[in-house]
Design a protein around this ligand. Sequence first.
Ligand SMILES: [Zn+2]
Length: 251
Amino acid sequence: MSHNLDVPSTRRRSRRRRRRFVVAVAIALVVLFVVAYGVKRVIQTRSWQVAGELISRVETDERVVALTFDDGPTDSDADAVLDVLADRDVPATFYVNGKEVEGSGSTMRRIIEGGHEIGNHTWNHRPMAFVSPSTVAEEIEPTDEVIRATGYDGPLTFRPPHGKKLLTLPLYLAKHDRLTVTWDVAYEDWSGNPQSSDELVNATVDNTQPGSIILLHPWFGRTTTQKAIGPVIDRLKEQGYSFVTVSELIG
Ligand SMILES: [Zn+2]
């Protein structure tokens, strides 16, 4: 203890200041980490957003599910997707990108004539977590317009690219009374690992429950997913499931 008394008071003060600074930095880092983690969770969670209604599945005992297809559409894949649905008399919901709709008139007509539902998946499919309110409007409104221009007059729910949203997007959706629809069943492998259609079918079927919203990406030549569509439908039908559009599921 005695040596402490020998330390000049200015050195003691500076040591104390340094300790306080280190503690403050440590606290700031912890707070920053917690905030960053919280923001990431808010962006990624599929069952909640800060404003406006969001649905990822429906609570029901009835064996009923909605099949949803994101992105596109692309004319070159239309047969692989729409023939399978037509053969099985199954309706689906297509969350399309405005920029793709423009060049896919014949596929859009087939989707509408097939009795399917169409949803808004933004114009450019850009990440929507950190965007200005004007960017949100630019992604959503022209997409509505180009979908309506195809003659589609059914319900138009919204699905954000990758399901990601933070503040501006949900606030805009709430203000414009738009329903956000995500999913609870998505088993395509995006990590780059090879995945067979059988693996995709098994994971999808095994994890589906009454009221599920299933997500698949069948456009842009994604043949693994395309080949899975028929077996997913057949196996769920064997289990007593029937298929409805998202709006029918929500009721
Ligand atoms: Zn997408």
